[in-house]
Design a protein around this ligand. Sequence first.
Ligand SMILES: NC(=O)c1ccc[n+]([C@@H]2O[C@H](COP(=O)([O-])OP(=O)(O)OC[C@H]3O[C@@H](n4cnc5c(N)ncnc54)[C@H](O)[C@@H]3O)[C@@H](O)[C@H]2O)c1
Length: 285
Amino acid sequence: MIDNYNKIIAVVTGGGSGIGRELVRQLASAGADVAFCDLSPETVEQTAALVREESPNVRVLAVQADVSSEADLEAFRDAITTTFNTDQVHLVINNAGVGGGGSMFTTERADWERTFDIVWGGVYFGTRVFLPLLTAAPAAALVNTSSVNGFYASIGVDRPHTAYSAAKFAVKGFTEALITDLKVNAPHVSAHVVMPGHIGTRIVSNSMRAMVTEPTPEEAELMLAAAEMFENQAPTSAAEAAEIILDAVQAGRWRILVGDDAHRLDENVRANPEGAYDQPFFTLL
Ligand SMILES: NC(=O)c1ccc[n+]([C@@H]2O[C@H](COP(=O)([O-])OP(=O)(O)OC[C@H]3O[C@@H](n4cnc5c(N)ncnc54)[C@H](O)[C@@H]3O)[C@@H](O)[C@H]2O)c1
């Protein structure tokens, strides 16, 4: 467990946008040296420029990497150990993710598997690659981002959501199981699972960038309209989400629901698990 971000080395995946960018900014302003990666070289540079301007006294390492590739994450780790001249890190936040992979019937298999490989593979490889560096630190925390879709596999009564939900359930189960694994084998490292509700980010349009199949112009137009609504109608901002996550990790909480909507959904699913996918349940959302 860590109780302070000042002078630690923190690692964030998916730091080019949304919650990841805000985590990087807030960690740097709290005095942490921060290494982050993202798929998109442009957004990597944008976050790096922002943080260097806002927090000139900390070290920032910005790397282009695909979290679904273990080799990319190993190269990211090697860049961290070389640049920061260290064999340990104190905080790893496996945050990168994409939406997509809705249906087993209508989604191209390659897109379904791309979503699953990023959302689950990114957390799995991120944990494998960074665990030795976390374990080498005197105290450390591993934070894996799941979702409310890690305990509830729907985004609407008639909207299939299979790959993302399956991957987020895997992230939640894996991280909960790690609590015991770490207690037994590395009790100075804590594990935390993050379950955001609806957060105002560009995840919908960013996810289009990561897909294998090119959308038709009509599909792209519909997705961009949906992306704008998703970003603008969210009850919680990316900056608020990052603050909730960092406060909870510092307070030692492992089960981090983000947003009132996430708390409400958690309570509703627990109150009525059998009815959770029936029409009346959706009026509660
Ligand atoms: N926004 C929400 O409502 C919401 C809700 C629940 C969970 N989440 C989760 O929060 C996390 C952050 O999402 P966000 O909303 O900030 O979205 P975002 O799109 O703003 O940020 C995600 C970042 O991850 C990056 N990324 C995607 N695939 C990658 C890959 N293969 N390798 C490296 N980087 C990659 C993207 O380029 C992007 O910069 C994700 O895991 C997401 O699933 C978001």
